[in-house]
Design a protein around this ligand. Structure first.
Ligand code: DC
Length: 508
């Protein structure tokens, strides 16, 4: 894990003073990126380029030879072999830098230099886009700010100490103007990174701000870094189905769900407390006198609808629209003479439901062996669909095997977008972390697939149902831990795991 600290914020917030102090306390290297933009600006001024001539700035950017050296621990900015550090902090250079730093060619060049500086050593880097663009993986990001009035007062004091006689109103207006330019430029505008800690220095001394940042740094070292998948938890189809059951519960009539509404013990138990009963087979329907049967997001076969209706019960259909679409495809294609192949896990309720919409017997294929064994009528077209939560890569592998037999195949990839996004994100997170946690019920097929995907990227992947399964001591090293969860895992369970992992301290 890197130990870089990114400090961003508007002009005059005290970034360089603070960053220098923090770096010195930690024995890290302080990188003042503003000075680099100023050195470029000095180069443009020396070339006689006007601030409003963006073409000339772009053309000249390539020729500017800016490098950084450290002498006695101090950053020196070298322009074409000359140490220009003493000439950078003038109003003229600052104003030019404010404009030329909006230029894409200038930024591309300096961002590359800044990343190189941080690649092999721990840095405390300050600027406007460090947490958002230059070092998005920084271990700690700070957004350091202060009110315009405070920043203007500090600047006025600085100028008075230099023997100048500034106009406070003008100084404040200039600060506002710079803020506006920094925050509204097209490329890399100044903004707080989502994971940056906001530190307002208006009422704090330099020492207090430094201590605040050092404390945050020590805390980060104590905690594992945690990346939680944005797609973790309920997908749209599951949320809608669960909402429908909660809505229906308590409306007076007996409520049944055909199978547990989701593969999750906690939610099913909570609904049971609200009087919602689970029916596990069509035979149980015969014993019911009245009430409403809710069809869950997995869907059911056409025959099940008929049995419910024949039993005189009402239906609330919470079948996921993505599953419903597969039912329609299978019904139409099979009626049109196609042989149906469903890529999915035989026995999974969603797959059983889909099978039940084919007017001719459908085949289910879940493994390469099953695909290799399958024998279809070569004289009839074949329509291949997929269980919505199947692994996208495995789906393609199985389709490729089936294609080897020369059938006339129509492939409809019905893996839903929520599954695809969840799997892609899980794969990407698992490839970056030391340990991955997948939260899902043991019976949840999509969670099991997430586990397989994560496991292929990260050997240390755990599959847990709730926080109670997490018996491992998570303390012990600067770990990066990833968390994702299946489409049927409720938010509160994910949060409990998250909190437990965040709290996994190690001695410092
Ligand atoms: O922080 P400073 O005043 O020395 O910065 C000089 C100019 O460079 C300022 O107008 C903002 C710009 N800058 C930038 O665009 N991105 C950075 N990372 C640092 C500074």
């Amino acid at each position: 894990m890197n130990r870089n600290i990114a400090i961003d914020g508007p002009a005059g917030a005290g970034k360089s003073t603070i960053a220098r102090r923090v770096a010195s306390s930690l024995g890290a290297v302080y990188v003042d990126t503003g000075a680099m933009y100023r050195a470029m600006a000095l180069y443009f001024l020396r070339q006689g380029i006007k601030a409003d001539d963006s073409d000339a700035i772009s053309r000249a950017a390539e020729g500017a030879d800016v490098t950084i050296e450290y002498r006695d621990g101090e950053q020196r900015v070298i322009l074409g072999g000359e140490d220009v550090t003493p000439y950078l902090r003038t109003e003229e250079v600052g104003n030019m830098a404010s404009v030329s730093s909006t230029n894409g060619d200038v930024r591309a060049k300096l961002v590359e230099l800044q990343r190189r500086l941080a690649a092999n050593t721990a840095v405390v880097m300050d600027g406007r886009d460090i947490g958002t663009v230059v070092l998005p993986d920084a271990m700690l990001k700070i957004y350091l700010t202060a009110s315009v009035a405070v920043r203007a007062a500090r600047r006025v004091k600085e100028l008075v100490e230099k023997g100048e006689n500034p106009d406070p109103a003008r100084v404040a207006a200039e600060i506002e103007e710079r803020d506006h330019r920094d925050m509204n430029r097209e490329i890399s505008p100044l903004r707080r990174a989502e994971d940056a800690v906001l530190v307002d220095s208006s009422d704090l001394s330099v020492g207090e701000v430094t201590e605040t940042i050092l404390k945050l740094y020590r805390e980060r070292l104590n905690h594992p870094r945690v990346i939680v998948a944005k797609t973790a938890g309920f997908c749209f189809g599951v949320r809608k189905a669960v909402d429908k059951v909660y809505e229906a519960a308590g409306n007076g009539t007996p409520i049944y769900t055909f199978g547990p509404i989701i593969h999750n013990h906690e939610v099913v138990a909570d609904l049971e407390k609200r009087g919602v009963k689970v029916i596990n087979s069509v035979d149980e329907l015969e014993d019911l006198k009245e009430g409403t049967v809710i069809i869950r997001s997995h869907g059911v076969s056409r025959a099940v609808y008929e049995r419910i209706e024949n039993a005189g019960l009402s239906i609330i259909d919470a079948t996921c629209p993505f599953v419903k679409r597969i039912h329609r495809i299978v019904e139409q294609e099979s009626a049109g003479g196609s042989q149906i192949v469903i890529i999915g896990n035989a026995g999974h309720p969603e797959v059983e439901g889909i099978v039940g919409w084919s007017v001719t017997p459908a085949s289910v294929v879940g493994t390469p062996e099953e695909a290799g064994r399958l024998r279809l009528d070569p004289g009839k077209p074949v329509c291949i669909v997929s269980q919505t939560t199947f692994n996208t890569i495995k789906f393609q592998e199985l389709v490729d095997i089936l294609k080897c037999y020369g059938y006339n195949i129509n492939v409809v990839n019905t893996i839903c977008s929520a599954t695809r996004e969840r799997q892609e994100e899980a794969r990407s997170i698992a490839s970056q972390v030391d340990m991955m946690i997948v939260i899902g019920d043991r019976t949840s097929s999509n969670s099991a697939k997430l586990y397989d995907i994560c496991r292929s990227e990260c050997v240390d992947t755990l599959f847990i149902q709730t926080r109670n399964d997490l018996t491992r001591n998570l303390a012990g090293g600067e770990k990066v831990i990833g968390i994702t969860a299946g489409a049927s895992t409720p938010k509160n369970i994910i949060e409990e795991v998250q909190n437990y992992v965040y709290a996994g301290r190690r001695e410092f």
